[in-house]
Design a binder for this molecule. Structure first.
Ligand SMILES: [Ca+2]
Ligand SMILES: [Ca+2]
Ligand SMILES: [Ca+2]
Length: 560
């Protein structure tokens, strides 16, 4: 906390020494949410680094073992695995400096709660490239909770439970984003023979409180069987139990569990499958967590490319939960997977004014994750995508391995979630993607305008994009001009729109440019590169003032 505050204060200039002028300075702020200062590194914990072989549970599962289960049918030289591979808290903590030095302030880890101790025997068999198949798979990913109050045995080490993990991460300058699930437990039916833990939920004391008993959901009898009352009597996602979001006991259970982990040091929640439960549930959930942890940042996964569908979660009456920016992600893939594509494709998914989101600046932006094919781009495509993600509006989240283009283009069951490992981490600096990502991420980290400033697009055309980011509040002010070039040759920029006179400093190298009143700024940006010019002055240019005033007034959803 203190380290970041110092960084932030150091990066901002004092507007003036007189308090009365400060009080009349207009505010230009995209978001004030402290969490928005961070960029997020997302690790699938089991697949990052095995820091402690003693918790691997290599002999777990009996007739249905859980460790190291390769998926059959992989083409030569490729692989996928549906067993546990040993990654743990220690593996993440051991690499805290690697993540921190890359310019990230937060790490999103997959769910930590106890998952079944056998491989699943129901559902449809997993094969190379298959989708929605779980037979033979284990809970290595963490999304099959059985006891949401208990750590899964694969994660902690001696002296490193969750509270110790979050404390040690924080000591290294990293916040912990905990991935949480409330929509479902584990696969609950279609097993040839009922398996222990699957379809069951246990309370904090270890008492069985719900059990689907391997029955198809429509055969559940909540009226007569108390163990069925936790679940809806209809299915939702594949064979997963479908928690009853109308049942107050379900809400109590999950508030209790996730309050426990927030108390143990989680700094934010990423909410899985948010759109599979009612907004009524989430509103109450968020209110109860924030009653004890004010301002606790949460962002949901509504796997949906329609802004109108996902925007609703961000509204205060639905809990004020931010979301992963799927609509923009679709366009990011369109643009950066295809050389020669037009930057303008990104524009209408930004929703900077009168959009569907309570605040577009709080969305978590990304280009891929564990549930979709990784970005299928060249090194240049990744570099361009990162230059965009770390300068445009939103909170960037990068899936582990993307810093080296790991398993690019690969979907689940094709290597998307493969084990990354210490060797690749130690060699990451050989990758041009890594080097450029680090450069732009470290710039965002010390530049409040890029984290939380208003965004004003100037030109989005072909391989070039130009926009302002402006942060002005009280004595703090910063005007950034971002110039992006995703072309194969050097691009010339000539920006005159709303350009304020003054001395513009290029923060990624080069000479400062003095702009006269009514003048323009000429700059060249190398192929697949970015330049950011900073003007440390309060906004006074008339056109810029008018545009920023409009952006402030129309920042959120028009009716809310
Ligand atoms: Ca391990
Ligand atoms: Ca377990
Ligand atoms: Ca559901």
């Amino acid at each position: 906390m203190t380290r970041r505050t110092v960084l932030l204060a150091g990066a901002l200039m004092l507007a003036c020494s007189c308090a009365q002028a400060a009080s009349t300075t207009p505010e230009y702020v995209g978001t004030d949410a402290p969490f928005a200062s961070n960029a997020i590194y997302f690790v699938m914990t089991d697949r990052f680094v095995n820091g402690d072989p003693s918790n691997d549970q290599r002999h777990q599962g009996g007739a249905h073992p859980t460790f190291d289960i390769p998926v059959s049918g992989a083409p030569k030289g490729e692989s996928d695995n549906i067993g546990y591979l040993g990654g743990d808290f220690k593996g993440v903590l051991d690499n805290a400096d690697y993540i921190r030095d890359m310019g990230f302030g937060a790490v999103w880890i997959t769910p930590i709660v106890d998952n079944p101790d056998e491989a699943f025997t129901g559902g449809d068999p997993v094969s190379w490239g298959s989708k929605f198949t779980d037979r033979g798979k284990t809970g290595f990913h963490g999304y099959w909770g059985v006891n949401f109050y208990k750590l899964d045995e694969h994660l902690p080490s001696k002296g490193l439970d969750f509270a110790q993990f979050t404390a040690k991460m924080r000591a290294q300058g990293l916040r912990t984003v905990l991935d949480i699930v409330a929509n479902h437990g584990s696969p609950a039916f279609t097993m040839p023979k009922a398996q222990p833990m699957f379809g069951q939920i246990y309370d904090k004391a270890g008492k069985l409180i719900a059990d689907e008993q391997n029955l198809p959901p429509y055969q559940l009898d909540p009226a007569r069987n108390p163990l069925h009352r936790f679940y809806h009597a209809y299915d939702d996602l594949v064979q997963l139990s479908n928690n009853d979001d109308q049942n107050p006991a379900v809400l109590d259970y999950f508030v209790g569990a996730y309050m426990q982990w927030a108390d143990a040091g989680a700094d934010a929640f990423r909410i899985d499958t948010i759109s599979h439960m009612s907004t009524t549930f989430w509103k109450q959930f968020a209110a109860r967590i924030r009653a004890k942890h004010p301002g606790f940042f949460m962002f949901g996964e509504a796997f949906d490319y329609s802004p109108d569908n996902i925007g609703q979660y961000t509204w205060p009456q639905n809990g004020g939960i931010s979301v992963l920016d799927f609509p923009l992600r679709g366009r990011i893939a369109d643009v950066f997977e295809h050389p020669g594509s037009d930057y303008a494709k990104l524009l209408d998914r930004l929703y900077l004014t009168d959009g569907p989101y309570a605040n577009p600046y709080e969305l978590v932006t990304f280009y891929d994750n564990h549930d979709m094919a990784r970005l299928n781009a060249t090194d240049h495509g990744f570099i361009d995508a990162n230059n965009w993600l770390f300068t445009a509006r939103g909170i960037p989240a990068i899936y582990y391995g993307s810093e080296t283009g790991f398993e690019r283009g690969k979907a689940e069951h094709e290597g998307n979630r493969n084990y990354y490992g210490q060797q690749r981490i130690d060699a990451a600096s050989n990758s041009p993607i890594y080097r450029q990502l680090k450069r732009i991420a470290l710039l965002r980290e010390k530049t409040p305008a890029l984290q939380r400033g208003l965004m004003l697009p100037i030109r989005f055309a072909g391989d070039q994009a130009a926009f302002y980011r402006v942060y002005q509040q009280g004595d703090a002010h910063q005007i950034a001009l971002v110039l992006l070039n995703k072309g194969d040759t050097t691009a010339q920029f000539d920006v005159g729109d709303h350009l304020q006179a003054g001395r513009w400093k290029p923060v990624l190298g080069g000479a400062a440019i003095n702009v006269a009143e009514g003048g323009s700024l000429h700059a060249s940006v190398a192929a697949h590169d970015v330049q950011v010019y900073l003007l440390d002055a309060a906004v006074k240019q008339a056109g810029l003032t008018a545009e920023l005033t409009r952006l402030m007034e129309e920042r959120g959803h028009p009716e809310r």
